[in-house]
Ligand binder design. Structure first.
Ligand code: S3P
Length: 436
């Protein structure tokens, strides 16, 4: 159980400077998974040394993979090959990490051994049928709790069969889970997504030389490929950069450059939405690093206005809505989000938790079943609850830049799941945040 941490943010200020936010969480998870299954030694540079990615790393150590690091973001993985994992001796504890649990479910469904996946209170209340149901169609045997939550007991079955699955929700975790299971299934596994979601799994599989093809909204894999060790360079996480994209937009007299940020088009919805609201964000020095587009992002203060957020952008900004709600609170006029019901089953119910906190701060934020309606206006001070959700804690910290009084945020220890340096980097840029 991690220690309780409270953030206190003094109102006002500007953000100025040039920083590099921590590495991409999604890619860090996948680098460990695929590096472990590869033949040969994979070197990862820029691995995210935060609790979620470490949960994945420890799980693979527990399955017999020798992994060195992370030391200064460098990790060396001695791959055991596609069939080289060993039965873990104890349940695999995955902390707060939904990505670890959902992707591992697919991978472990096709192994010749049984495994049990557990997590913290938040993770053990999140829906897992979205993965266990299609995996069962492939022949997997997985026991969930009565309401479809973890702990998951995965029997392991070396006779999985490929299926075609039309995903009812746009979820990169479900897609990735099924592609990983498809590496162990006979015939072909095809997954069709209702809207584009992050494609790091497909890109990284190809980077390891494992064929995955894509036609329109369908990704296709079979069990004939193999993974060959490679070098992976993980860029900064746009989901962590998002706090400062919003912070520098809303705080007067701000000018921030965020270096080396991953701008994979399946992740850049936050830039599109902020630009639609009138933000001044420049994408500089675009380059490609290890098959992923990267750039420096310069953001300066601007006068934001409310918008109806296009639903097509929702999956492309799925983790950024807590901080986008703060942007909406600082915008002139009304912002309406619809089509984002998924936010209710993230690390917390992000619609309810953000609406509750914004209302405490005096903002007119009305939750709806699948989104929120926010009227821009002044932000006051007060004590808000993050409900142990890292992105909620960081979003309310950013709100302090435009608050009229001190904001205190309870239950912030889980900022360590994705962005342990948040407080320090935010202070470097000019946010008056203290942590007890
Ligand atoms: C992730 C996919 C998204 C996102 C999560 C990371 C991934 O989840 O919210 O933080 O790495 O695949 P969903 O697939 O549930 O939308």
């Amino acid at each position: 159980m991690s220690k309780t941490i409270t953030f206190t943010v003094q109102p006002g200020g500007s953000l100025r400077g040039e920083i590099r936010v921590p590495s991409d969480k999604s890619m860090s998870h996948r680098s460990i998974m695929l590096g472990s299954l590869a033949e040969g030694v994979t070197h990862v540079k820029g691995f995210l040394n935060a609790e979620d990615a470490m949960s994945t790393l420890e799980a693979f150590r527990a399955m017999g993979v020798q992994i060195e690091g992370p030391v200064n973001g460098e990790v060396t993985i001695h791959g055991v090959g596609k069939h080289g994992l060993k039965a873990p001796q104890a349940p695999l504890y995955l902390g707060n990490s939904g990505t670890s649990m959902r992707l591992l479910s697919g991978l472990l469904a096709g192994q010749p051994f049984e495994s049990v996946l557990t997590g913290d209170k938040s993770l053990e209340s999140r829906p897992m049928r979205r993965v266990t149901l299609p995996l069962t169609l492939m022949g997997a045997e997985i026991e969930t709790q009565d309401n479809g939550t973890a702990p998951l007991r995965i029997k392991g079955n070396t006779h999985l069969q490929g299926i075609h699955y039309d995903m009812p929700i746009a979820s990169a975790q479900v897609k990735s889970c099924l592609l990983l299971a498809g590496m162990y299934a006979s015939g072909e596994t095809t997954v069709t997504e209702p809207a584009p979601t992050r494609d790091h799994t497909e890109r990284m599989l190809n980077g390891f030389g494992y064929p995955v093809s894509r036609a329109g909204s369908t990704a296709r894999i079979n069990n004939q490929g193999k993974l060959t060790a490679t070098h992976i360079d993980v860029p900064s996480d746009i989901s962590s950069a998002a706090f400062f994209l919003v912070g520098a937009s809303i705080a007067p007299d701000s000018d921030v450059t965020l270096q080396h940020v991953g701008i994979n088009p399946t992740r850049t919805g936050v830039i599109d939405i902020l630009r639609l609201m009138g933000a001044n964000i420049e994408v500089l020095n675009e380059r490609s690093v290890g098959g992923e587009p990267v750039a420096d992002l310069r953001v300066r203060s601007s006068k934001l206005h409310g918008i109806n957020i296009p639903e097509a952008l929702v999956p492309l900004a799925i983790d950024e809505f807590p901080v986008l709600f703060v942007a909406a609170a600082c915008a002139e006029g009304q912002t309406v989000l619809t089509g984002a019901k998924e936010l209710r089953v993230k690390e917390s119910d992000r619609i309810q938790v953000m609406a509750d906190g914004l209302q405490i701060l005096g903002v007119d934020a009305q939750p709806t079943e699948d989104g929120m309606v926010i009227q821009g206006g002044p932000i006051g001070g007060g004590r808000v609850e993050s409900h142990g959700d890292h992105r909620i804690a960081m979003s309310f910290s950013i709100a302090g830049l435009r608050a009229g009084a001190t904001i205190t945020i309870n239950d912030c220890a889980n900022v360590n799941t994705s962005f342990p340096e948040f407080g320090q980097l935010a202070r470097t840029l000019g946010l008056d945040l203290s942590s007890q």
